[in-house]
Ligand binder design. Structure first.
Ligand SMILES: C[S@@+](CC[C@H](N)C(=O)[O-])C[C@H]1O[C@@H](n2cnc3c(N)ncnc32)[C@H](O)[C@@H]1O
Length: 283
């Protein structure tokens, strides 16, 4: 039976009706399987697929139908205009995290030579993007997971910044990273246990729990990391951390009440208008 691209997209879309964004998923998976862009897919709707091509597209759709996120099936996700390899060992990069990079771009100038640390680097999106945007910057990328560090290292190599990033396996809630830094960024685990229990299956069944969950109120990692952050920063050093939409008050109170050496404690919102990034500067 001959099937053109349009037929296959329709078939996949209907098969994926139980997951988020069925049409987009179908297009992304078909484009990946056929080695073309979504634009080409749409321009060549009448092209007939070979049996092998059809088999590859439907195999990918079958994975998606079971809830597997598109990024894990494709093995990549875009962040800040750059392509990052991802595996089930790392959190899928989220667009909200781009606000940390925007904050860094506002705080440092392009040619500035500074030292940064990325705590909980996962796929390496923050460390690698900062190294790409600031060619004179050097830094460390820390994660507790060796598998995540392997993905981050591969991404640093792919973007030609590996020689400016040191990858360190450490627990940032217990160990203070050696060195003095001008910038610390982090997107730590900040999902509370009850929130995780109510999250979608796409998240709970596929993404690494250790990258997401942080105790009963979501703040275990943040509380434990702050002494290390305070110690790592040089005077005048900047700190930008992603937070949950309802955590700004609790976190800014902790910083203001317990860390007199921080000033300029602030909160930036994401595009949806939710509190998303906490910032602070060491005096
Ligand atoms: C929310 S993910 C963020 C990943 C990546 N920075 C991003 O924005 O997509 C948190 C990361 O912190 C790491 N992590 C969790 N607990 C840690 C700990 N105690 N010490 C170091 N890394 C930790 C996880 O392995 C995960 O890669």
């Amino acid at each position: 039976m001959s099937r053109n691209i349009q037929d296959v997209l329709k078939e996949c879309e209907s098969r994926l009706s139980g997951v988020d964004s069925p049409r987009l998923s179908a297009e992304l998976l078909a484009a990946h399987a056929l080695g073309c862009s979504r634009l080409t897919l749409n321009l060549e709707r009448g092209r007939v697929l070979t049996d092998d091509e059809y088999a590859v597209v439907t195999a990918l759709a079958a994975r998606r139908e079971k809830g597997e996120p598109v990024a894990y099936i494709l093995g990549s996700r875009e962040f800040y205009g750059l392509d990052f390899a991802v595996s089930p060992a790392v959190l899928i990069p989220r667009p909200e995290t781009e606000h940390i990079v925007e904050a860094v771009e506002a705080a440092f100038s392009k040619g500035q030579a500074f030292r940064f640390a990325d705590l909980g680097t996962g796929s390496g999106i923050l460390a690698v993007t900062i190294a790409v945007l600031f060619p004179e910057a050097r830094g460390v990328a820390v994660d507790i997971s060796p598998k995540a560090l392997a993905v981050a290292r591969a991404n640093a190599h792919a973007h030609n910044v590996a020689e400016r990033i040191e990858f360190i396996q450490a627990d940032f809630t217990r160990e203070t990273v050696e060195g003095q830094f001008d910038l610390v960024v982090s997107n730590p685990p900040y999902v509370s246990e009850p929130e995780f229990a109510a999250a979608s299956r796409e998240v709970t069944a596929f993404e690494p729990t250790g990258a997401l969950v942080s105790g009963p109120d979501g703040l275990d990692h943040i509380r434990a990391m702050l002494p290390g952050v305070a110690a790592m920063l040089k005077p005048g050093g900047r700190f930008f951390m992603e937070i949950g939409y309802d955590q700004a008050k609790m976190i800014t109170s902790i910083i203001i009440d317990k860390y007199a050496l921080f000033e300029e404690v602030g909160v930036q919102k994401d595009l949806a208008g939710h509190d998303r990034v906490v910032s602070a500067q060491k005096k």
